[in-house]
Design a protein around this ligand. Sequence first.
Ligand code: IMP
Ligand code: MG
Length: 190
Amino acid sequence: MKINHDDIEEVLISADEIDARLDVLAREIDVHYEENAQSDGELVLVGILTGATIVMSDFSRKLETSSVIDWMSLSSYGSGTKSSGVVRVLKDLSTDIKGKNVLIVEDIIDSGVTLQWVVNDLKTRGAKSVEVVSLLNKQLNDSVSQKSRIVARWVGFNIPDKFVVGYGLDYAGKYRTLPYIGVLKSEVYS
Ligand code: IMP
Ligand code: MG
């Protein structure tokens, strides 16, 4: 069975646009870790499974700063298109991040609940620094949530408050392997 591109309402960001933006972010982030004396030492790239696998793979290969990759798997007890806020660790890091610089490589910030939880968790383990790069950042329609939400130090693209798939992002486990970011037709999930 082939991927049904007809389930996609609109292509928001093409594969080429993602690639070009990741180049720019990688250069900025290289400069940050080179210039910031406090950032000396090993850099641990942390990805949240499974959504961040594709962006981690592409972004990490553009980065010239020496780094190791590690993964966490979390369950946020959400199904459908919104996360619930209750976070459970299904797979923990294999690395001891105490005294290390951590860069969380995320696919998207929506409510930010999951990410906020991870940042707090990694800080309590004694990481020297915890920063976030997120490929996508949703501009929430609810301005109160938008203001109180965690911000990533580096963001690839700000996107409207729509449910998107592709480039690692799924709906019910599907569409992750699309090379672009697209808006899923609402009739597919409603
Ligand atoms: P948050 O906790 O609401 O910020 O989102 C947690 C996770 O939900 C993200 O890391 C994504 O894996 C997933 N997610 C949020 N918005 C979308 C979307 O529009 N499409 C697919 N997955 C999403
Ligand atoms: Mg995710």
